[in-house]
Design a protein around this ligand. Structure first.
Ligand SMILES: [Zn+2]
Length: 123
């Protein structure tokens, strides 16, 4: 197994950057970016896509080109749901208001509502 991938971006080889220029004299080309494996950044699960794409532009070029095929792999035919609890709690906040007694704004307490979404164990 090789220790690199070529960027899978459909237009990677057309982007005019110095890092893509290869060749000599009058035989120069823009070449697809080569991506080496094993950087800590790329080994993190969250960023493994960047083992295959040199950046977000190339990733999105690929998605735009192959969207229909990607959706066909795992079509979503119905909505998914996650059970939750919604908790509402009252808490005191303050706002500043001008009154007729002072030039300065006065702190005025009021009750606000905080809504929190809590996950639920659904075993
Ligand atoms: Zn690329």
């Amino acid at each position: 197994m090789s220790d690199y991938n070529w960027c899978h971006g459909t237009n990677c080889h057309t982007k005019e950057t110095q890092s893509r220029v290869r060749g000599t004299g009058n035989n120069k080309v823009l070449r697809t970016i080569k991506i080496k494996h094993n950087s800590n950044y790329r080994s993190h699960e969250r960023y493994q896509m960047f083992n295959y794409f040199c950046g977000q532009n190339c990733l999105f070029d690929f998605i735009r080109t192959h969207l229909a095929s990607m959706i066909a792999i795992a079509p979503r035919r119905e909505a998914l749901e996650t059970p939750i609890k919604v908790e509402k709690e009252k808490y005191e906040r303050t706002r500043y208001e001008y009154d007729s007694y002072s030039d300065r704004p006065q702190r005025v307490p009021y009750m606000a509502t905080r809504t929190t979404i809590k996950s639920v164990d659904n075993d």
